[in-house]
Ligand binder design. Structure first.
Ligand code: ZN
Ligand code: ZN
Length: 153
């Protein structure tokens, strides 16, 4: 077996090589992940239900969960945790760091190299590799800080 050339064979071939098929359902889930930003499996299932319409068949949330896990093992999507609640999914692509406002829930994607200093220290001191795409930094966004500032002079 040789390693895949970059950018790699089409998705359908990659799946076939692992004895899997890109079923319409898997394709739909993948398209929904790409279209929605930071969507939970619940949100993705809701979008598929909307697209299917009242008479169409759409996968339920637990099927969407399983499909996302499969797509993640194939390296086609990745997830991150934005605090409590379900993980949110991204189409494969550039990893980024998230900052999430604990007050209003706003999520901002930022350059992961912001954490380079901390990551280097953790690697040197603990031999620990940080997965910057996997977690969000929690705090208070500018809007919420300004709002709080006007309420308490
Ligand atoms: Zn906020
Ligand atoms: Zn993100």
């Amino acid at each position: 077996m040789r390693s895949d050339p970059v950018p790699g064979p089409p998705l359908a071939e990659r799946l076939r090589a692992r004895g899997m098929r890109l079923t319409p359902q898997r394709q739909q889930v993948l398209a929904a992940v790409a279209a929605l930003e930071h969507a939970t499996p619940e949100t993705i299932a809701g979008r598929l239900r909307d697209q299917a319409g009242p008479d169409g068949a759409a996968p339920d949330t637990s099927t969407v969960y399983r499909t996302l896990e499969l797509l993640e093992r194939l390296g086609l999507v990745w997830h991150t945790h934005l605090g409590k609640g379900a993980p949110v999914y991204h189409a494969a692509g550039q990893r980024h760091l998230h900052v999430a406002c604990a007050t209003c829930g706003a999520v901002t994607s930022v350059d992961p190299t912001l954490l380079d200093g901390a990551a280097e220290r953790l690697a040197a001191d603990l031999g620990f590799t940080v997965d910057v795409g996997h977690v969000a930094l929690s705090g208070t966004c500018r809007d919420c800080r300004e709002r709080a500032g006007t309420e308490t002079p």
